[in-house]
Design a protein around this ligand. Structure first.
Ligand SMILES: [Cu+2]
Length: 157
């Protein structure tokens, strides 16, 4: 019994070290506040995700891809205004300079998740993997929130 417990602890510590080593000098943080996936509307297979990615590394990092089990197709989008029309433009990658942040927010840069495997309900947690150049990755967990929740939250301020 004790042995089992110890080996479990050992495995956790070991995998933590491996994760740390493979990250090299990548020092990326995702702020918990304002990080969420929007609940999807039943009957649709699409939603978006928002967060602030902070680059505390000494060098510029480039976000090249985002993946998740709940969507086979995640794109980086930029909202642009042309002739009073809001359009979305797909970006192949986004650079984040050293000690700068990338803000993904409604009406700006955002992640678009297509072909969702199921309807995303508030309270769920979604795991996303952020891929950067040099095969560096960051796995994050985002809560699913409805638009209503965000608006209510906003009124408190
Ligand atoms: Cu979009």
């Amino acid at each position: 019994m004790i042995n089992k417990y110890l080996s479990l602890v050992f495995v956790i510590i070991t995998s933590f070290n491996i994760a740390g080593a493979s990250a090299n000098d990548l020092n990326i943080k995702v702020k918990q506040e304002n990080a969420y996936v929007r609940a999807s509307i039943p009957g649709t297979e699409i939603t978006s995700a928002y967060m602030t990615i902070v680059n505390n590394s000494e060098k510029t990092v480039t976000l090249t891809k985002v993946s998740s089990k709940i969507s086979p197709q995640i794109e980086i989008h930029q909202n642009i205004m042309t002739n009073d029309m809001m359009r979305m433009q797909k970006l192949e990658s986004v650079k984040i300079n050293s000690n700068e942040s990338l803000v993904l927010q409604p009406s700006g840069l955002h992640l678009m998740l297509f072909k969702l495997t199921h309807v995303l309900k508030p309270g769920e947690v979604v795991e996303l993997t952020l891929h950067f150049t040099d095969e560096q990755k960051k796995v994050i967990q985002l809560p699913v929130q409805s638009l209503k929740q965000k608006q209510q939250h906003h009124h408190h301020h």
